[in-house]
Design a binder for this molecule. Structure first.
Ligand code: ZN
Length: 280
């Protein structure tokens, strides 16, 4: 309620509306595979870009925060991010320019046995369900801990060829050089929601960090946790190995944001190996 002149009340209404509707996006120039952070101080509860809708969750600083993933193959250009109220009314719209990340191609030489390896029954479905988990409580805090200290042998986003033939797939995570048996640690706190052996992924652990963020760790020699365990940042999830479709001991891990694999290098700082895997 406002008591005063019409002009004063109108001014107050406009001023409070402007504050209530204030949303920001970061970074200023996101690339393919990045996450756009959406922060709003008003009653915005979701946001939409290119037909993809995500939720914004209350944050301890009083704002709401949402993570909009940019897919690896999103066409570079200008996109509108629409911010929606609980009643799905568009409250405001911001334009963002998505830049080309210029991902390279990489050939992987697989022996006959690895090339012909078939997924376990339900393997893809299990992982697909895991990455869609959306829990209310935020269990993650920044900075994230790199799961192992090793350099990067294969970055996110490279187009993958197997024995010279394009697979049509891209590398959805990071490969880090890691000797077999080295501990693999949780990048942030959360709940283990996937722990088991699969033909292609090998021994795998998946952690739900809350509010649409998950991480998954593959090819382990041994698991150290089970489904349902709660972990803190830095807890050991398992030990590096070369199980599943893997040519040598290493860690492959992915970061999922609202179901989309995104580039972990926006979240952790790691260097490429001096001798990276061969690109072509
Ligand atoms: Zn990999």
């Amino acid at each position: 309620m406002c008591y005063g002149t019409v002009v004063r009340c109108l001014f107050l209404f406009i001023a409070t509306s402007a504050i209530a509707q204030n949303c920001t996006t970061a970074p200023a120039r996101p690339k393919q595979g990045d996450v756009i952070r959406l922060t709003c101080s008003g009653d915005v509860t979701s946001a939409r870009m290119n037909g993809f809708t995500i939720r914004l969750f209350p944050h301890q600083d009083g704002n709401r925060l949402g993570l909009m993933p940019v897919t690896v193959d999103e066409k570079p250009g200008i996109y509108a991010i629409e911010f929606l109220t609980a009643k799905s009314i568009v409250n405001q719209s911001h334009n963002v320019t998505i830049a080309d990340a210029h991902f390279l191609s990489q050939n992987i030489v697989l022996g006959k046995q690895l090339a012909e390896l078939q997924p376990s029954l339900g393997e893809y479905d299990t992982v697909a369900k895991f990455k869609q988990i959306l829990t209310e409580d935020r269990r993650w805090a920044e900075p994230f801990l790199p799961p192992v200290p090793g350099c990067i042998t294969s970055p996110y986003g490279v187009h993958r060829l197997h024995n010279g033939k394009p697979t049509g797939n891209y590398h959805t995570g990071l490969d880090q050089r890691t000797p077999a048996g080295k501990p693999i640690r949780a990048i942030a706190g959360g709940d283990v929601r996937l722990a088991g052996h699969f033909n292609l992924h090998g021994n795998t652990v998946g952690v739900d960090h809350g509010q649409g963020l998950e991480s998954i760790y593959l090819h382990m020699s041994q698991l150290a946790v089970k489904d349902g365990d709660t972990v803190n940042r830095g807890d050991v999830l398992g030990y590096a190995g070369s199980t599943g479709r893997s040519t040598a001991p290493h860690l492959h891990w992915n970061l999922y944001v609202n179901g989309i694999p995104v580039n972990p290098l926006q979240w952790v700082s790691l260097k490429p190996c001096a001798k990276p895997a061969k690109h072509r």
